[in-house]
Ligand binder design. Structure first.
Ligand SMILES: *[C@@H]1O[C@H](CO)[C@@H](O)[C@H](O)[C@H]1NC(C)=O
Ligand SMILES: *[C@@H]1O[C@H](CO)[C@@H](O)[C@H](O)[C@H]1NC(C)=O
Ligand SMILES: *[C@@H]1O[C@H](CO)[C@@H](O)[C@H](O)[C@H]1NC(C)=O
Length: 597
């Protein structure tokens, strides 16, 4: 009897583990016929053994008080689903449930939440009300495949070009989505041309040299590529503590504390103050460490005598646990930058102040780390008051002039919006290689000549200046980025591009009314922020355009410094990955901090 159970249970466990780890390969083939996916799922089963141990989820103790608990998460939900849909994995459900009514029904029986239902109802009704007029409040609704028959046909038909016909311009091939009705090719051309213009072009020989050096760097198998923040800090002699906090809505976030006395300094150096570093979109605490002790900001601040805390937000590699939700569930990913601003940042700030016994701290934000701060400080002035000074690197508040093709292409006003929206359904943002190619990867490849770089979300989204990147640094970056997040995060930025305002997440008119009491989402009013702010920006940044930063500067009442990085083609990612970042930005930042403490 026991033996039978053992076999059965092992089989089930294997199935579940399989479900978790098949996620990527299946989503990468998103758009393939269903039969092919089934075949691949079964082929994959053979490889599952080595993944088995990981199905056990460890619940991180909160503030060192809770007992460490372990539980086998998926067993609560998966068997039910599997029973109903034999052979179909959870990932299959995740990827397809929005498109496939049968799956949708089964899925919602298990994961039903009121919110989901509102969303579905609202989608249905908004699609049935047809209106020839331009109705911005309804623009963000993804397309609905109204009849089951059509969906079934779509899934059955072998799709030769999953992203539709490709158009080509300037030697760059671009796919347009399955039901493309693109007429304005010029618009798309302009979009890519704008991005290309703000990129430093390098010749083919340099591309080849770079690629060779990159290949060598990859072969070196540097352990740092796989190390987490704790391991990196320990390796380089910086005492570190891991703290895990629980947010008010149940997410566990790990924060790293670099102690005020480092191996390089003696214990007697008094702390000059506490600094919280907040990473960018789809990034993590690691990003502040990737260039090593000579160059990365976290080390430099610790050397200077500051107590440094590296924050993380929900959904990244250090924020993938929750009291009741699992990342395999769509529920886990129902958050945008709003929740990060409203819940994560205040939790982090309060926790850091409590542990360090301080009243105020310095805040350094990069990219999304700035967005979330400005959203928080404009709505919760009491948190703005807890900040001595806010340092904003590549501030992303107004996005009207954003150059990143990815952000522009998924914007609700984009011609491509409808074609692309099935790939941006609520959930974890895990774009397939195919999709990344469409969103700018092709252009990236042409400019850079390195497929590995151009299949990376962060490079495609943020742009890159190859001349500023050391080949050896690339495996380090791709080893740590992207660190995970939800589709809503990037969608919120593309909504800002379309609306030209700094607003809360737009759920579409119906849900907006329910959630915010207004058809349009409320605006974050940055003119209310009293916190002293320092703004660092650069001319060619793909995401943080000088004109948008200028507007932010105009509206913020307390900007103490407004500084353009004095280097041509200083790209968005250069703030954290260019060896001249200390010279261009960090030294200045530290000097400013020293003079205000
Ligand atoms: C479903 O699609 C088939 C093939 O196009 C068509 O013949 C049939 O009438 C459709 N059924 C419904 C209910 O729309
Ligand atoms: C980092 O890695 C070390 C060594 O594998 C591990 O003990 C630690 O739990 C990891 N920390 C986090 C936050 O993942
Ligand atoms: C700017 O910040 C400083 C320091 O917190 C504060 O004393 C001052 O009142 C602020 N000014 C404005 C206009 O908010």
């Amino acid at each position: 009897m026991k033996a039978v159970c053992l076999l059965l249970c092992l089989g089930l466990a294997r199935h579940i583990a399989g479900s978790i780890f098949e996620r990527r390969p299946i989503l990468e083939r998103f758009g393939e016929p269903l039969e092919n996916i089934h075949k691949k799922v079964h082929q994959f089963k053979d490889k599952l053994d080595k993944f088995l141990p990981v199905q056990r989820v460890t619940e991180i103790p909160y503030s060192h008080v809770q007992e460490q608990k372990q539980y086998d998460y998926p067993q609560q939900h998966v068997p039910k689903l599997l029973g109903k849909l034999p052979g179909e994995s959870l990932q299959y459900l995740d990827g397809y449930y929005q498109q496939h009514p049968r799956v949708q029904r089964e899925y919602s029986k298990v994961h039903s939440s009121e919110y989901d239902e509102t969303l579905q109802t609202s989608k249905r009704s908004s699609s049935s009300e047809s209106s020839g007029e331009h109705r911005p409040e309804d623009m963000y609704m993804p397309p609905v495949y109204a009849d089951e028959n059509m969906t079934a046909q779509m899934m059955k038909k072998p799709v030769e070009a999953p992203h539709g016909d490709a158009i080509e311009f300037q030697g760059i091939k671009m796919a347009l989505g399955p039901h493309s009705q693109i007429k304005k090719k010029e618009q798309i051309e302009k979009l890519f041309a704008d991005a290309q213009m703000s990129m430093k072009h390098i010749d083919e020989d340099s591309q080849k040299t770079f690629h060779k050096m990159y290949e060598l760097a990859v072969q070196k198998e540097d352990e740092d590529v796989y190390f987490n923040a704790t391991q990196l800090l320990k390796k380089y002699g910086y005492p570190v503590e891991e703290h895990t906090i629980q947010t008010g809505d149940g997410y566990y976030l790990t924060v790293f504390r670099i102690m005020k006395y480092t191996a390089r300094r003696t214990r007697s150096v008094a702390s000059k103050g506490v600094v919280l570093l907040m990473h960018g979109l789809y990034g993590s605490a690691d990003d502040w460490l990737l260039m090593g002790p000579e160059y990365s900001l976290a080390y430099l601040l610790a050397d200077e005598g500051y107590e440094v805390w590296l924050g993380n937000v929900r959904g990244n590699k250090y924020g993938r646990q929750h009291v009741s939700k699992h990342p395999a569930q769509k529920d886990f990913w129902q958050f945008s930058v709003d929740e990060i601003a409203r819940v994560d940042l205040p939790s982090l700030i309060d926790y850091v102040l409590q542990i360090t016994g301080q009243k105020k701290l310095y805040y350094v934000g990069y990219d999304q780390g700035t967005t979330a701060f400005f959203a928080m400080a404009s709505t919760m002035p009491e948190y703005g008051d807890k900040i001595i000074k806010m340092y904003a690197m590549a501030p992303m508040v107004y996005m009207s002039h954003v150059r990143s093709p990815m952000v522009r292409m998924i914007a609700p006003t984009s011609d491509l919006h409808e074609q692309l929206s099935p790939y941006f359904m609520d959930g974890e943002f895990h774009p397939s290689k195919e999709l990344l190619k469409t969103l700018g990867g092709e252009m990236c490849e042409k400019e850079i000549g390195c497929r590995k770089i151009c299949s990376n979300l962060n490079f495609v989204m943020s742009g890159v200046n190859l001349e500023h990147m050391e080949p050896a640094q690339i495996p380090m970056i791709t080893g740590h980025l992207p660190a995970g997040g939800s589709t809503r995060q990037i969608k919120q930025y593309s909504q800002s591009f379309a609306s030209r305002e700094f607003r809360m997440y737009d759920h579409g008119a119906k849900i907006n009314k329910k959630m915010y009491g207004s058809v349009q989402p409320p605006v974050y009013d940055v003119s209310k922020i009293q916190t002293p702010v320092v703004l660092y920006y650069s001319e060619e940044d793909w995401l943080s355009h000088p004109k948008d930063v200028e507007r932010l500067h105009r509206e913020l009442p307390n900007v103490t410094e407004y500084y353009k990085v004095p280097e041509g083609y200083f790209a968005h990612m250069d703030y954290q990955h260019y060896k001249k970042a200390p010279e261009m930005v960090y030294t200045r930042l530290i000097k400013s901090m020293n003079s205000s403490s």
